[in-house]
Design a protein around this ligand. Sequence first.
Ligand code: LLP
Length: 429
Amino acid sequence: MAEKAPWAPEFAYRGGALCVEDIPLAAIADEVGTPCYVYSSAQLERRFREFAGAFEDVPTRVCFSVKANPNLAVVATLGSLGAGADVVSEGEFRRALAAGIAGNRVIFSGVGKKASELEFALANDVYQINVESIPELEAVSAIAQRLGKDAPIALRVNPDVDAKTHAKITTGKKENKFGIDLAHARAVYRQAAKLPNIKPVGIAVHIGSQLTSLRPFETAFRRVAELYRTLRADGIAVDRLDLGGGLGIRYRDETPPAIADYAAMVKRITGNLGATLSFEPGRAIVGNAGVLVSRIVYVKKAVTHRFVIIDAAMNDLIRPALYDAYHEILPLKGPATKRGLKEAEIVGPVCETGDTFAKKRMLPTVAAGDMVALMSAGAYGASMSSGYNTRLPVPEVLVRGTNFAVIRPRPSYDAVLAADRLPPWLTVK
Ligand code: LLP
């Protein structure tokens, strides 16, 4: 049963209960309350080791993309295995540092880094800044001069490749805001090499997220490898290639490339370049390591549909509302048998029709009070959550074998309300 699960063997039914590693999810949810995110350390570690292990024979840095799951405990778990971090803000940079990942293992990505953030990165000896425009390059140069440091930079190039993923998470087409057009990259490197305190060390590329085929990666990487050779011939001493993240996972019935096949493809293309590689995987490491556990509040038989209303909502997990993303939904008591499945609309309590997790989903007969797990929610779940509808921020739990720990408690209503301030001209009785 466990090995057949499409998401991760660390989540499996045992004795009628959906377990994470050695603990029934219901036991955690009863103690922590619902909704709550639950992550498996074993799956996190296994996926990171698999990724890093696939590149063991070439100089490689695997920098976990913190935006996928920024919880300090998650980042620290990966950091302790040797992961670096890919960050897109000073906040994420600070998280990496707080999780024990030194600045010289951090890649700073993003299209709109502010001066204060660049300064923070340089002051913390950032491994590499992935620069996405000429104005940014000039800003980095000015700040580096002021700090009296050399800034190690890569230009993030835009290879104009269709990643064949959701339009909202495609980043490598020329009409996207990301990167520097490949055709101009050579000239921009020349310009960069002349700018004070700028040290061009590599080339970066990232064409999108949740890629389920190797082909777009391969096209992009070939273009980048060619640029690498051209730059070296031009006398620009780049020696790093940052190939980004984007490797997809299985949510339903996708067949994303195995990490080993991805690695073999990369080595085929970059093998003779002598470059140090870096990667920025997020989802591929953490996506299937987490679930969102929720309790059914009501089952409502309306005119046309049976609505299963759960206590998680779009503010806790926005992927279905934002990308029409599919998340498997499993009862904590199970497994469900084919007989007895009934069609349901699984929705949250938020006052928007978009607050829908699944339409026409076959669910076993469930009743108010039962719990379900929204699977594959480890990446871009908690990290994209908000306080919409003044719902309490969703807590997070990390499991390790038979132990679990709350790695982000649910705050009290008082704490949430205390974050607002009344102006001096208003008093409330
Ligand atoms: N590197 C860069 C520069 C990125 O922009 C991203 C993701 C990554 C690495 C990590 O990509 P991954 O390996 O996780 O695919 N919220 C969306 C995904 C947004 C991805 C943004 N950039 C979702 O829930 O599907």
